[in-house]
Design a protein around this ligand. Structure first.
Ligand SMILES: [Zn+2]
Length: 252
């Protein structure tokens, strides 16, 4: 039962300021736009993790937030070719690094009680799993991102464990004419964030058939966030979340 109470899971432990009052438009700067798009995709994959755990009634042994982060990396690895997958991972890691801020300054104690792991822990976790999925190809990337030597040794096993676990839970979910999938909310065509997500929805639906629909929507939320809600089986990606990523990029 606790799983259902906790099923609204956001991407942040700390919620950023609300700012959206219009449809989000990607910035002109290509690097800035790519960072935002990549991190929206990584976060969307994380929310899909919550959705799959809910509709497939997957047991969660440990933090559900960590499980969702793990699925996000697995989907990056599975769906994208190497250069694009690496770019998404780097954007995801950069987001955690920027949110972690100055590690010499003790964070507010409340972050230790949050359902999410600390941002710096999430940073090393996603880098480790991504590296572990293809260590021959990604060792330099992992070194460049500061993964410690002893961690480099253990990441391939960490990935295999994560891979085996998610594969076991997703076995038998191949799409058929009797299954459902992700569905974009109506009336959002032409919105840049929605169009970006629609491509991901099509890709995910080729992989998974679900016992019920999960709706995907872009909305003004009043907070910079992204979340899955089990009562209406909906993934909501907030315009404010994309705006917050833009501010994060500009804060470097
Ligand atoms: Zn979450």
């Amino acid at each position: 039962m606790l799983r259902f109470i906790m099923a609204m899971c956001c991407v942040f432990g700390m919620i950023g300021p609300a700012a959206a009052d219009e449809v989000f438009q990607f910035p002109q700067d290509p690097d800035e736009a790519e960072f935002i798009a990549n991190e929206v995709i990584a976060t969307f994959y994380h929310e899909i993790g919550h959705g799959l755990i809910d509709v497939l009634q997957i047991p969660v042994l440990g933090k559900e937030e960590d499980a969702a982060d793990t699925l996000s990396v697995i989907l990056m690895h599975d769906i994208w070719k190497e250069d694009s997958a690496a770019a998404i991972l780097v954007s995801d890691a950069l987001t955690y690094a920027l949110r972690a801020g100055d590690l010499s300054i003790a964070p507010d104690p409340s972050v230790y009680a949050d359902e999410h792991s600390l941002d710096i822990q999430r940073y090393f976790a996603v880098v480790c799993l991504f590296y572990g999925a293809n260590p021959d190809m990604r060792r330099q990337l992992a070194v460049d991102l500061g993964l410690p030597d002893d961690k480099l040794e253990s990441c391939p096993d960490a990935y295999l464990n994560a891979r085996w676990s998610w594969d076991a839970m997703l076995a038998g979910t191949e799409p058929t004419q009797d299954t459902f999938g992700l569905v974009m909310a109506e009336g959002q065509e032409g919105m840049p964030l929605a169009d970006l997500l629609a491509e991901e929805v099509a890709s995910i639906n080729q992989q998974f058939g679900l016992p019920e629909e999960i709706t995907v929507t872009v909305a003004d939320c009043g907070e910079a966030n992204a979340f899955y809600t089990s009562d209406d089986k909906t993934i909501t990606m907030c315009n404010e979340y994309a705006q917050d990523l833009q501010h994060l990029w500009q804060s470097q």
